[in-house]
Design a protein around this ligand. Structure first.
Ligand code: SDX
Length: 371
């Protein structure tokens, strides 16, 4: 038995939810380019959970169900005030709050599909509310209740800023949510599947996935990209900054991918949106720096940009705090995690690979007095 580092190339399960074949991404057979340009995030969530696009009436009902379940239990809202403000990363707050949500859900441990679909709606609806409410409470602001007349993307921005977002902001955020919704067996999705394959509950699976997404090699990369852009500061400083990183053999955040080799098909949509929003908000330098970084890293290192690279400047232009970038990834990816959790439950077998033992050979116990 020889171990495959990071399970590279290992096919660990079958799925009907999303596919990455020859650098092409589809959700249940629909191309990501089509969905990014034409679909609402709510349509994509419905597609991932039911493996079909919703009809008009199914979509209207689904949108209403999400809006109806965005309110948070008072106990969760009050708990934010007990966190050591200023020291809690929003991803840690999200992981904690999602785990606590289960305590107030009477059917938290129910395992039938109907109960899990009801919990899925509650989780998908409450995650954006948790992110927005914590972001406000930590600044001494009151949480903003969701509005039933707003769609999912608009409601998040409204709950975050207490101002109805502009159409271009809703379009950009909806597109980012669609692009981040699912991605085959990425680390956080695989974490969710391993967790629920023991027949543990959906809240445990989502909490485990949030923990995995938090890391800078995965969902945490978008916040690190913004940190890099802020550190560099201007286009003329890009080259020296990168060459310093190359010399120190440091990873450039927002670049590389375990599966994509020619390039991440999602990046081009976010690049276009970054150009539009940086132009609109008079922050073109972030786009220009990003293009320069991409040009140098791809030409000198042959490593393409991934989904996290241009999403950073898009979220920055939407006026979102930089440490909320990864929680926003979770706001979208919970839809994929739930789809995979439902699929795992439907055809389950505990996930238990082997390890290649490289420790000491068999030896005798030595009594304490002889050590
Ligand atoms: C996401 O899996 C998914 O689908 C994830 C995701 C999703 O939608 O769920 O797409 C979202 O997580 C995107 C990735 C976000 N992370 C980052 O941007 C962090 C920076 N990227 C790297 O850490 C890395 O590219 C990974 C983690 C994305 C992939 O890691 P791998 O497949 O284990 O690649 P590796 O680290 O083994 O690198 C292979 C080589 C190495 O060079 P050598 O040591 O062989 O000489 O490529 C180099 C690496 O040093 N390399 C990089 C690099 N990424 C790889 N060098 C500089 N900068 C980078 N970003």
């Amino acid at each position: 038995m020889t171990a495959t580092r990071g399970l590279e190339g290992v096919v660990a399960s079958e799925t009907s939810i999303s596919s990455i074949i020859d650098d092409t991404l589809t959700y249940v057979g629909y191309g990501i380019d089509d969905l990014a340009e034409k679909a609402s995030f709510e349509e994509v969530v419905y597609l991932l959970w039911h493996l079909k696009l919703p009809t008009k009436s199914e979509l209207e009902t689904f949108k209403q169900e999400l809006a109806d379940h965005m309110e948070l239990p008072k106990e969760i809202l009050d708990s934010f005030k007990t966190y050591p403000i200023g020291k809690v990363h929003p991803m840690a707050a999200l992981r904690t709050a999602v785990s606590a949500l289960a305590l107030y859900d009477d059917e938290a441990d129910a395992m039938d599909r109907e109960a899990n679909l009801r919990k899925a709606i509650r989780l998908q609806a409450k995650i954006p509310a948790i992110v927005a409410a914590f972001a406000r409470v930590r600044k001494g602001l009151e949480p903003v209740a969701p509005r039933r007349d707003l769609g999912f993307a608009a409601n998040f921005l409204y709950m975050l800023k207490e101002k109805e977002p502009e159409p271009i902001e809703v379009e950009a955020f909806n597109k980012a949510l669609v692009l981040h919704a699912d991605h085959e067996l990425n680390a956080s999705t695989f974490t969710a599947r391993v967790c629920v394959a023991t027949l543990s509950d959906i809240y445990s699976g989502v909490t485990a996935a949030i923990g995995a997404l938090k890391g800078p090699l995965h969902g945490g990369a978008n916040e690190q990209v913004m940190k890099m852009l802020t550190e560099i500061g201007s286009v003329d400083k890009v080259e020296d900054y990168l060459h310093e990183k190359f010399i120190n053999k440091e990873k450039i955040m927002g670049f590389g991918h375990r599966v994509y080799r020619k390039g991440d098909p999602r990046a081009k949509h976010l690049k276009k949106m970054s150009e539009k929003l940086t132009e609109l908000t008079g922050q073109r330098k972030y786009y220009d720096m990003s293009v320069k970084i991409e040009q140098i890293v791809t030409s000198e290192k042959g490593i393409p940009a991934n989904v996290d690279f241009y999403s950073a400047s898009v979220y920055h232009c939407l006026g979102i705090d930089h440490d909320l970038f990864t929680p926003i990834f979770a706001v979208s990816r919970i839809s994929g995690w739930i789809a995979h959790i439902l699929e795992q439950y439907a055809n389950n077998r505990i996930i238990r690979p082997r390890a290649e033992y490289i420790g000491p050979g068999m030896r005798q116990y030595v009594p304490l007095e002889d050590r």
